[in-house]
Ligand binder design. Structure first.
Ligand code: ZN
Length: 624
């Protein structure tokens, strides 16, 4: 699974390491100049482009075979089983073809052949989707008793029971054929609010010019805003904050109407499909109880004094009369850049993850040495970092190493995803080899939390220790508190609409301001421009999604703590979670690891960690 674009959402997740002075220097290396041991081995997937072409052709031949089951699923258990098996085969083939072509392209985007492969497989896969469009409606029409008889007569079918149960549990929300047709037709414009916002936000909106730290006039951009908020120059931060939010504020009523349309669309689908609420409709997809969402919000709310304390301390450490929103991302500690070459990071990560035990570590080490990772930046390579792969390939990790501490955490993070895939694929059949979005960030974040614990035990200077603690603190603040605030805002807007109250820009401005004040407490003084912040968050057009960043973070913090304190029993449970893949619902899979997201405990574990880190920082600040 590709790494979620959390950084973009957070708008500067960490308030440190102003790496503005990025190597303006050296020319980038060509791929051919990099030692093979630092490159991933995509030839493990297809040794040649001819092999890819042959597999592509094979998929094309299998598509009509799948289409031929149309109208026949209910005839016998054996027919249904044959169809499912063929789906597995084609599904794996189509993933593998797509993953290979995309990763080859990512190696060097200047090579046209791989863009061509990506285009070909994308259109072939959409033909595959069309050929299979009959499957879900036909399955839903098979009566339960008949299906039970199929399971009895065809033992091979039992493997697919959870997979089919997952599909069939939504039966109560499937409408008549005529109604479904109408809903499908409405789909053409139900996403209009999001499309309008995207066009406005990415193409039309201008933020004007401000003076930078040197007094030079610059045009403010989204990326520039993120960097400005991390500047030590308060005047610059303030001007950027005001200009950026005011740009949205000028269109407050328009953006209010667009958001209102978005919420109304959610309500329309929820009501049409007979759900109690939009949040219930949205969470039903992955079968997450609404109580998990509400538990997160209420538990965080019960501990907001931790965030209040943070605000008070930040104000004190920054020596400010009043703490403003534009002070929240400013550097708290002098930059203490820790230079980390890849080989050092590799050793640190191996040492740091030792508590995860031999089984985990030996597989991890094997991954590091077996062409999983593409380490260095080269000419034309895709930027950023991700983990990917398919069921029958080993995992792959793309990095762009620049010798920073962030890179070291990224290595631990992406390898966390990779190990999750490795264990899930190795222990589950294809149909359950993946894992749900709800748990996708758990394995990656557990690694980060375990690694930071190791690093803090090393011999560090006071500046380095503060830097590391601050890194962790900001991660908890922006991932848990901030995403929960967003989650609560979404609940509030949808509830207003459900009660039939007008969802105006004014109402949303007020709701957002109230949340910010309540979360950060009396030490944060809100500028009038802050009320517009909700109107610039793109994720609100993907309703009830961001809470998963917070829940994943909490689960990972709780798991890491259990692994570090309980040892082997906790490690065994954790591995059984990784090995479970999608064989059960995400909430149940997490329970195997010992984390119940329906209870306050994991959320409290993350808050306790926040308190702990804040306390350590306070101690360090107070010692000369
Ligand atoms: Zn991730």
């Amino acid at each position: 699974m590709r790494r979620l674009a959390l950084a973009a959402l957070l708008l500067a997740a960490s308030a440190l390491a102003v790496t503005g002075a990025q190597a303006a220097d050296t020319h980038l290396k060509q791929r051919s100049e990099i030692d093979a041991k630092y490159k991933w081995r995509l030839e493990d997937i297809y040794p040649t482009n001819e092999a890819w072409d042959a597999a592509f052709k094979r998929e094309a031949e299998l598509i009509p075979k799948l289409a031929a089951y149309k109208g026949k699923l209910a005839t016998s258990g054996a027919t249904l089983l044959a169809c499912l098996k063929d789906q597995d085969e084609v599904g794996e083939l189509s993933n593998k073809l797509f993953v290979y072509a995309s990763m080859r392209r990512d190696e060097d985007n200047r090579v046209p052949i791989y863009q061509g492969q990506v285009d070909r497989i994308t259109s072939q896969n959409s033909r595959l989707g069309e050929a299979l469009a009959y499957f879900n409606p036909e399955m839903l029409a098979i009566p339960n008793a008949k299906l039970e008889a199929f399971y009895k007569s065809t033992p091979g079918l039992r493997l697919y029971r959870h997979h089919l149960d997952d599909l069939l549990r939504t039966r109560a929300h499937v409408l008549s054929e005529k109604e479904e047709k109408l809903l499908a037709a409405a789909g053409d414009f139900s996403g209009s609010a999001g499309a309008i916002f995207t066009a406005f936000n990415n193409a039309d909106l201008r933020y004007g010019t401000i003076k930078d730290e040197t007094g030079k006039s610059i045009e403010l951009t989204k990326g520039g805003f993120g960097r400005a908020l991390q500047s030590p120059d308060r005047r610059f931060r303030r001007d950027a904050f005001r200009a950026f939010n005011s740009a949205y504020g000028k269109f407050n009523n328009t953006l209010g109407a667009v958001m209102n349309a978005n919420v109304k669309s959610d309500e329309f689908y929820a009501r049409s499909r007979k759900y109690d609420s939009a949040v219930a409709a949205s969470l039903d997809g992955p079968n997450i109880p609404v109580s998990v969402y509400r538990n997160l919000v209420s538990t965080v709310n019960a501990h907001l004094e931790s965030l209040h304390r943070y605000a008070a301390l930040r104000k004190k450490w920054m020596k400010l009369d009043t703490l403003r929103v534009y002070d929240l991302y400013a550097p708290l500690v002098p930059e203490a850049r820790i230079d980390v070459p890849y080989e050092t990071a590799r050793q640190n990560v191996l040492n740091g993850l030792a508590p995860l035990g031999d089984e985990y570590l030996s597989a991890f080490r094997k991954g590091l040495d077996s062409g999983w990772i593409d380490v260095y930046e080269t000419e034309g390579k895709t930027s950023g970092a991700y983990n990917w792969g398919s069921y029958t390939t080993h995992p792959y990790v793309l990095l762009n190493w620049s010798n920073t501490l962030e890179d070291e955490f990224t290595l631990a993070h992406e390898m966390g995803h990779a190990m999750h895939s490795y264990f899930a694929n190795g222990n589950q059949p294809y149909v359950y080899g993946n894992y749900a979005t709800f748990v996708a960030e758990v394995a990656s974040t557990t690694n980060e939390a375990t690694l930071v614990n190791y690093l803090l035990k090393q011999n560090l200077t006071k500046a380095q220790r503060l830097y590391l603690l601050n890194y962790l603190l900001e991660q908890i603040r922006t991932t848990m508190f901030r995403q929960t605030l967003f989650a609560e805002f979404e609940l509030k807007t949808h509830e207003l609409a459900e009660k039939g109250e007008p969802l105006t820009a004014e109402a949303m401005n007020a709701a957002y301001q109230e949340l910010m004040q309540r979360y950060y407490g009396p030490d944060l003084v809100l500028d009038p421009e802050e009320q517009f912040e909700w109107s610039r968050v793109p994720h609100f057009y993907n309703s009830f999604y961001v809470y998963q960043y917070a829940t994943s973070y909490c689960a990972a913090t709780a798991l890491s703590k259990k692994i570090l304190t309980e040892g082997t029993p906790a490690v065994t449970r954790y591995l059984s979670f990784l090995k479970s893949g999608n064989s059960d619902y995400p909430i149940e899979v997490l329970k195997k690891a010992g984390v119940d997201m329906n209870s306050p405990a994991p959320v409290e574990a993350a808050i306790a960690r926040f308190d702990e880190v804040l306390g350590e920082m306070e101690k360090l600040h107070d010692t000369p």
